[in-house]
Design a protein around this ligand. Structure first.
Ligand SMILES: Cc1cc2nc3c(=O)[nH]c(=O)nc-3n(C[C@H](O)[C@H](O)[C@H](O)COP(=O)(O)OP(=O)(O)OC[C@H]3O[C@@H](n4cnc5c(N)ncnc54)[C@H](O)[C@@H]3O)c2cc1C
Ligand SMILES: Cc1ncc(C[n+]2csc(CCOP(=O)(O)OP(=O)(O)O)c2C)c(N)n1
Ligand SMILES: [Mg+2]
Length: 416
């Protein structure tokens, strides 16, 4: 790229890189925290080399997913507000944080005063204004991720004599993370009459064998996709992070399909986001783009409903969508194949049929409307203050099949 007035620094300062290497060799409880900058920089190979050489576990932001294989034993998946319990615990107890093209967003840091309280911070970022913006940095390195990591890996390799010792000293840390993971893995209660949204994504993940370009909209389904679909390749998870624009998913999926006509492109969405741009069904049909739409239909702006349930005494302001369209009929009206799963036993058949279909297909999954996304760090909370399941009062309100709720129309019982 050549823009007049834009002259970023690509190479990192050698002295700071040497300092970083020394801290990495010393640390016993280090974490590599990778963000979207690593994808822009095409630095997946360098991150893999760094992690494997040093045996340091890797976590990714929502925007960084795919920069390190989600199936790798050193992958801790996503961190932050809806990150794994083990990942956020690792952040809280780390003695060294290596931030790689990540900007310490508030959904990642939670309460700043308690963010990584024991850690020294190395921050690699091409934008100097990003460094020390939110979090104190001990070793700032301005530069391009790929270039800087190449430099860093060379220095680390030159310290090869000590590698065996370093790996040995990291074993207890990796074991501790495994224990946290065993104690609180990602989990959800088994199906009731309706499928759980997490179950649909898990089945999709298994059936596609982790392949495909996943595009999401914004909301609970986005977070479940980030948690359960462990992508293995860079640039195969497209999502709207910072601004979180509902309606992003389907047009972005159309763009990805146009760019990669032979790849499987799946848009994971929900009825709120999908209705913001569903007229693009005409574009998919017109251009014969075989995009697959996995619509987790919970009848709610689920993420908003979750906050209203957890923090606003169940006041459902504008989150219950009421009468929503019949998405199968709607798809058919545009000449697109529509399928529906009304119960858990139909989920797998619908996924297989939808994926096998040659053209665009919309799969409407009727899912539990009251499922909440956990773990969750409540806004302003610290990493170790995660909520792992519905609080008891919410569970008891749900017993009996419906939740007594204050809606805009007054108190009422919404169907479960
Ligand atoms: C409903 C919802 C829930 C969310 N929950 C979470 C959550 O639980 N966890 C989470 O992680 N996010 C979550 N997010 C996303 C969050 O809001 C941020 O978008 C995200 O955390 C930012 O990721 P990032 O730090 O990788 O930043 P990006 O926005 O990807 O920024 C990239 C950084 O890399 C730098 N950079 C760019 N190119 C280069 C290069 N070549 N070399 C070096 N540096 C470079 C940039 O200067 C910038 O600092 C959520 C969003 C929504 C909508
Ligand atoms: C354009 C836009 N408007 C409002 C919001 C605020 N918002 C974030 S998530 C969400 C609900 C999303 O609902 P849905 O698409 O049905 O997803 P679900 O949470 O049910 O999976 C809303 C309204 C937003 N992110 N973007
Ligand atoms: Mg919804």
């Amino acid at each position: 790229m050549n823009l007049r007035g834009y002259n970023p620094t690509y190479e990192g300062n050698k002295h700071q890189i040497k300092q970083a290497a020394e801290e990495i060799m010393k640390a016993k409880k280090a974490v590599i925290y990778v963000g979207g900058g690593a994808l822009f920089s095409d630095a997946a190979d360098e991150i893999l080399e760094l992690a494997e050489m040093t045996q340091i576990p890797v976590t990714m932001t929502l925007m960084g997913l795919g920069s390190f294989p989600g199936t790798h034993p050193l992958s801790m998946g996503m961190l932050g507000m809806h990150g794994g319990y083990w990942t956020n615990m690792a952040m809280h107890h780390a003695d060294l944080l290596i931030a790689v093209g990540a900007r310490f967003d508030d959904r990642v840091t939670g309460k700043l005063s308690e963010f990584c309280p024991e850690a020294k911070v190395i921050h690699i970022d091409i934008d100097p204004t990003s460094i020390k913006k939110n979090v104190h940095t001990h070793i700032p390195i301005v530069g391009d991720v790929k270039t800087v990591l190449r430099q860093l890996n060379v220095v680390l390799r030159s310290l090869d004599g000590n590698q065996a010792d370093v790996k040995q000293q990291r074993r207890p840390w990796n074991k501790q993370i495994e224990e946290w993971k065993r104690a609180h893995p990602l989990r959800y209660q088994p199906e009731g009459k309706l499928a759980k949204p997490q179950y649909v994504i898990e089945r999709l993940y298994e059936i596609t064998r982790h392949e495909g370009i996943i595009v999401t909209d914004v909301g609970q389904h986005q977070m479940w996709a980030a948690q359960y679909f462990k992508g293995t390749k860079p640039r195969t998870f497209l999502t709207s992070g910072g601004l979180g624009t509902m309606g992003f998913g389907f047009p972005a999926a159309i763009g990805a399909q146009k760019a990669y006509p032979d790849k499987l492109v799946i848009c994971i969405t929900s009825e709120g986001s999908f209705q913001m741009n569903l007229q693009e069904l005409a574009t998919a049909q017109e251009h014969k783009l075989p995009v697959k739409i996995v619509l987790l239909n919970n009848g709610f702006h689920g993420m908003v409903r979750q906050w209203q349930d957890l923090f606003y005494e169940g006041r459902y302001a504008s989150s219950h969508l009421g009468k929503i369209p019949d998405f199968v009929k709607l798809a058919e009206a545009y000449g697109i194949h529509g399928l529906r799963a009304e119960k858990p036993s139909e989920v797998e058949t619908v996924i297989r049929e939808g994926l096998k279909y040659k053209g665009p297909a919309l799969m409407d999954f009727q899912v539990d409307p009251f499922e909440n996304c956990y773990p969750m760090i409540p806004a302003g909370g610290a990493h170790h203050e995660m909520v792992l399941e519905d609080p008891p009062e919410l569970k008891s309100a749900r017993k009996g099949g419906g939740a007594k709720k204050k809606t805009e129309e007054g108190e009422g019982v919404l169907p479960a």
